[in-house]
Design a protein around this ligand. Structure first.
Ligand code: AMP
Length: 460
């Protein structure tokens, strides 16, 4: 059968690569894809943009596509699954009403409150009822969020009332257009973040392997927020006890609640969580799709056929299937363009791709395109190098070795992806739990721990 992947980033390269491995699949079409999907065996790009929903429906019909998987949130929130369903086409993802969980943070907070699912305390404001007096009475830091889709840029963690007020006014004043017409102002949560991603069929739930990403641009989790500079799976913070608790307190009530509200959820559901020192999780956000870059290490570990899983979900038979995972860890390091995340330089030639392809691991493309016989940068996050290993530390070593030959002008990367998990592997859970509960993430302690592991030789 033919499979269509909608999107053109690193997540979609990983989805296409994974689907192309299935013996059931004759060809994978990616719309619009990137230079990585262009070069992938049994994969072909089609020049249809993710925003062109009629064009995507037409492409799937014309090519007799039997399964479509949607990568990014914008077409889901705009109703791509509804359009495919109306045309009698199988498309894995939530319908527009269910995708509001990501499309509107105001909706999502109301949903969480209504269904008693743990999340930060909050208030919602529009331009007409914004209340600076209330803001002044709150504890700092506080978090200000544009309610709508803002490409991951609509969240400000403000240390002072002035900074929070400025962010709120900017958003309400139109900085993100309609996405900022409503804002959520919420309590700042402490702990360790983890991504919890499941597949749902409206009723049944299959959790994917746990993962964790690094959102900040700079080492030691400092600097501006980005779409993600790296990720790894499994995430040791998601212990079996935390996993059970998240399923029971967050995921199950969410899927049940959506069904009860008349908007059953089929698709990947991503819960961004803050986990405290006691292992209690609160929802930071929902995404109605897979995370990027978490998808790359997660799919590197998936042994089952992804197309079978998606088709089982579309048939409401996820209760009859259990995905198999590679027990090894996987870790992905993002190579970002100069200027990312602000003003990104595009069009720089990427060297060393052929040499990297001969090394162990997998180099997924994100913001890349072919220009004559060269590959050039075409987005903020350019590549994601994924390594596998017996531990997160070993996977990290392979990922960094994979990118050694790769270079482009102004290339940015973090050298400490996975540091928390590696520290846990080196030190056990206790010390980290204590540091997290103190609210102190001490870069020096982690760096020293990792160094100790290196000099101890192979302990990682
Ligand atoms: P979001 O898009 O809502 O997940 O926010 C992006 C990032 O901002 C999250 O991954 C967290 O690092 C941070 N963040 C969001 N909400 C909060 C919160 N209530 N407390 C602490 N950090 C937060």
């Amino acid at each position: 059968m033919k499979v269509l992947i909608v999107g053109g980033g690193g997540r979609e390269h990983a989805l296409a690569w994974k689907c192309a491995q299935s013996p059931r699949v004759s060809e994978v079409i990616v719309a619009p894809g990137n230079a990585g999907t262009h070069a992938e065996p049994r994969v072909r790009n089609a020049a249809v943009s993710v925003g062109d929903i009629p064009g995507l429906v037409e492409l799937a019909s014309r090519e007799h596509v039997e399964l479509t998987i949607v990568g990014p949130e914008a077409p889901l929130v705009a109703g791509v699954v509804d359009a495919f369903s109306a045309a009698g086409l199988a498309c894995f993802g939530p319908q527009r009403q269910a995708a509001r969980l990501e499309g509107s943070k105001a909706f999502s907070k109301g949903f969480l409150r209504r269904h008693g699912i743990p999340s930060a305390a909050y208030r919602i404001f529009t331009r007409h009822d914004y209340d600076r007096v209330w803001l002044r009475a709150q504890r700092m830091p506080i978090v200000v969020k544009a309610s709508g889709l803002a490409s991951g840029k609509g969240v400000v963690i403000a240390d002072s009332v002035e900074a929070a007020d400025a962010a709120a006014r900017e958003m309400l004043g139109g900085r993100f257009g309609e996405a900022g017409a409503e804002i959520v102002v919420e309590e700042f949560l402490q702990g360790e973040e983890a991504s919890f991603i499941v597949m749902a069929d409206g009723e049944h739930i299959v959790p994917l392997a746990s993962s964790q990403d690094h959102k900040r641009l700079d080492e030691g989790d400092s600097g501006p927020n980005t779409g993600g500079m790296g990720a790894y799976s499994p995430a040791p913070v998601v212990t079996p006890a935390v996993h059970q608790r998240v399923m029971r307190e967050v995921i199950e009530p969410t899927i049940r609640g959506l069904a009860a509200d008349g908007t059953p959820y089929t698709g990947f559901l991503y819960a961004g969580l803050m986990i405290d020192a006691e292992g209690a999780a609160k929802v930071l956000e929902f995404n109605c799709r897979l995370g990027d870059p978490e998808t790359q290490p997660i799919l590197a570990r998936l042994r089952s056929d992804l197309t079978e899983l998606c088709q089982a979900a579309l048939a409401r038979r996820l209760d009859a299937i259990a995905p198999q995972w590679d027990p090894r860890a996987a870790l992905g390091v993002v190579l970002a363009a100069a200027g990312y995340p602000d003003s990104v330089c595009l069009g720089d030639v990427i060297e060393g791709l052929a040499a990297a392809a001969r090394r162990p691991g997998k180099l997924f493309h994100a913001g890349t395109r072919c220009e004559q016989d060269r590959v050039v940068t075409s987005g903020g996050r350019v590549l994601c190098a994924v390594g596998l290993g017996e531990s997160v530390g070993a996977a990290q070593t392979q990922a960094y070795e994979l990118i050694e030959p790769v270079h482009f002008r102004g290339m940015q990367l973090r050298r400490d992806i996975g540091c928390r998990a590696i520290a846990r592997e080196l030190l056990g859970r206790e010390p980290l739990t204590r540091w997290v509960s103190n609210g102190e993430y001490s870069k020096r302690m982690f760096v020293n721990a990792v160094r100790r592991g290196r000099t101890a030789g192979g302990g990682r």
